[in-house]
Write a protein that binds this ligand. Structure first.
Ligand code: ZN
Length: 352
């Protein structure tokens, strides 16, 4: 089934879904939902083609704490992992927004639901009684990591929550580290961050000391990115192929930067072509940066994605070409080995 999660704007569809999805009629009124929407709550819908089949809300309590509300999946679509997908989606949103924890409440009598949340990493906090009937609501909380969780590659096997590979093919401890004499910042489109085929994380793990991942989300200004772009002590260079909008004087060559490598930060945009162009379009400060041209990018080894994604910039290959240009040949070999490991284990995991 071809499903996707996106911001939900249709209030009536929301109400209908909430009513259908709950066994006991959940008496939520339209004005209450509208109020929630106006109060810092983001609603996201799970769509199968154009049909809304699930939803979830994310409420911001303060800079650090977020709350998951109104999780619902249409009855006939349950037990397919959609609830988990919606939860992962809002947890990741909270991570992008700088959240440190996420909490939620459910009916204490629903022990199966309790076990499900516990499996997803939610820890029991308190039980409180509400309303005339003194209904017990159990509150649970989950600490959030600093990077989003990937969708597992195989739904049939237990997966590593860091690399997303089935545990038997987990690559986390096999990725070899490299030390590089410059910094890499990956500016990752939030949609990219969920993809199993994302290789940006591989770079981050391998260049642990010299790299960082910043997330780019439409309409949300990333403060760390802003700070980086204002830093006058470093030369910041955008790794991006020359295109029609690039002025010749905007391009920089490796000869020019190689001497000055310790003070250079390379920004690699991570996402599909469509996404990286959007990032550029919406971030004028990035457009103004000098750009470096990479050679040998035409042949890609990266065949993991379907046709529509073939245009994707395979981020690790960009990093490898960057290292080659900087004459860091040892790191080139290590990174290539990391990439081979990724491709190998990915293909094996896919056949499980
Ligand atoms: Zn792993």
């Amino acid at each position: 089934m071809n499903t996707c999660i996106k911001p939900l704007k249709d209030i009536d569809a929301c109400l209908m879904l909430i009513e259908n999805a709950h066994i006991e009629k959940n008496k939520i009124k339209k004005d209450k939902l509208l109020k929630e929407i106006n109060q810092d709550v983001g609603f996201y819908g799970l769509f199968n083609e154009n049909n809304l089949i699930g939803m979830v809300g994310l409420e911001r309590k303060n800079d650090n704490d977020y709350k998951l509300i109104r999780l619902a999946v249409e009855k006939q679509y349950r037990h397919n992992g959609y609830g988990e997908e919606l939860i992962r989606y809002v947890e990741n949103k909270a991570i992008f927004l700088g959240g440190k924890s996420i909490s939620l409440g459910y009916k204490n009598s629903d022990t199966r639901l309790g076990q499900w949340y516990s499996r997803l990493g939610y820890i029991r906090q308190t039980v409180k009684k509400f309303g005339k009937e003194k209904e017990e609501i159990c509150f649970v909380k989950k600490p959030l990591s600093d990077r989003p969780m990937l969708k597992p590659i195989s739904n049939r096997k237990e997966s590593c929550c860091v690399c997303g590979f089935p545990c038997e093919y987990c690559i986390c401890n096999q990725i070899k580290e490299v030390e590089i004499p410059f910094d890499i910042t990956m500016l990752m489109h939030t949609d990219e961050s969920f993809r199993q085929t994302n290789t940006g994380y591989l770079i981050a793990k391998a260049c642990k000391r010299d790299s960082q991942i910043l997330f780019w989300e439409r309409d949300v200004l990333n403060k760390s990115l802003e700070k980086l772009l204002e830093d006058k002590s470093k030369e910041i260079i955008l790794v991006f192929p020359k295109d029609d909008s690039t002025e010749v004087e905007q391009m920089i060559t490796f000869d020019e930067v190689i001497e000055n490598r310790k003070k250079t930060v390379y920004i690699i945009l991570d996402g599909t072509w469509k996404e990286v162009r959007k990032i550029l379009r919406k971030t004028p400060a990035l457009r103004a940066l000098r750009r470096i041209e990479l050679n040998g990018m035409e042949k890609t080894k990266y065949k993991l994605r379907r046709n529509k994604d073939l245009e994707h910039i395979c981020t690790i290959e960009v990093a490898i070409e960057l290292l080659r240009g900087m004459e860091e040949y040892g790191s080139v070999d290590t990174m290539k080995a990391n990439f081979d490991l990724f491709i190998d284990n990915y293909s094996k995991a896919k056949t499980l």
